[in-house]
Design a protein around this ligand. Structure first.
Ligand SMILES: [Zn+2]
Length: 320
């Protein structure tokens, strides 16, 4: 993916809604697009390894001209096994990526005329799964880390205490010099102990990074890992508002507003992970000049992500 030339507006992805409508008028057009995004360097037959361009059958299969081997073009993608037209899926991806704060299940259901709220909800969750690219790079440079609390009623008190109704989210963000932020990573954690915080940092930050935290003891074992740990002790009395790291503080304020606005704050714990994934996807691509580019990126990941049955989505087994 990384070695390919940068995608171009109007060639690799539609620039606006008019172009979107022109490009994706029927199922055949959508299948051709999936083919192109999924095999940018050409298709190789799974059976005979022929590189001859296959034809796409009217039922959506790739048919090898050499051996006749057939494979569904949507096998192994989020579209696998869908009974809805691909066009409607494409519209959903366009909606999710073209609105600044994404789409809600209700919004999706209304705009696309989906029969049930459950379908819209399932689609959104499938797309959110696709937003996290497997094997993505670790953060590097200087990384600020802090926790924030989502949901419930603000009660103050000591860190990690009086927060029974809240979810704890740990956030890591690259701090750029002289100013600004790079990429972000987030994870819901059960508590603020070192056992919860440090493994997250080890997963998301490259060895050798400078990790900036406050004086919280949960971070004290960081120096045993290959990080340069810089602590900023602002208050030793346990600041009730607690968020002391300025970068994380600014970023954390956005998901809270976003969750409250789009989802009316009704995000249960096990699904919060997916919302955090969606936010991370948007944040890390916030400088994309074009919304169409976001559409393209999500499409790339959607064709590389296996579909997940509804039951599993409901169970909310989130894997990083
Ligand atoms: Zn073949």
């Amino acid at each position: 993916m990384e070695t390919l030339p940068r995608p171009t507006a109007g060639i690799d992805y539609p620039q606006n809604l008019q172009e979107f409508d022109r490009w994706f008028g029927d199922e055949a057009a959508c299948r051709s697009y999936i083919f192109r995004v999924r095999w940018p360097q050409g298709y190789e037959c799974f059976r005979c390894r022929s590189k001859a361009p296959p034809w796409i059958t009217s039922r959506g299969y790739l048919h090898c001209r050499k051996c006749g081997g057939e494979i569904s073009i949507t096998a192994g993608t989020v579209f696998e096994g869908t009974r809805k037209p691909l066009r409607v899926w494409f519209q959903a991806i366009w909606l999710v990526t073209s609105q600044k704060h994404g789409a809600s299940a209700l919004g999706l259901q209304r705009v696309l005329g989906l029969g049930s709220y459950q379908t819209a909800w399932t689609w959104l969750h499938k797309l959110r799964r696709a937003m996290i690219r497997p094997g993505r790079e670790q953060l590097h440079g200087s990384v600020e880390v802090d926790e924030t609390y989502v949901g419930g009623v603000a009660t103050g008190g000591k860190r990690g205490r009086g927060t029974e109704n809240k979810e704890i989210v740990v956030i890591a963000v690259e701090v750029l010099r002289p100013k600004g932020f790079g990429r972000v990573r987030m994870r819901r954690v059960p508590d603020v102990s070192g056992d919860s915080l440090v493994p997250f940092i080890c997963d998301v930050a490259e060895p050798g990074c400078e990790i900036l935290t406050d004086g919280w003891g949960g971070y004290s074992s960081l120096s045993k890992h290959s990080y340069v740990h810089s602590r900023t002790v602002l208050s030793d009395s346990g600041d009730p508002a607690h968020v002391t790291m300025p970068g994380v503080h600014r970023i954390a304020a956005i998901p809270k507003r976003w969750l409250l606005g789009i989802h009316q704050g009704a995000v249960s714990g096990k699904h919060l992970d997916y919302y955090l994934d969606e936010y991370t996807f948007r944040f890390n691509r916030r400088t994309s000049r074009s919304r169409g580019m976001l559409f393209y990126r999500l499409m790339q990941q959607a064709v590389a992500t296996a579909s997940v049955p509804y039951r599993q989505l409901v169970d909310g087994n989130h894997k990083m």
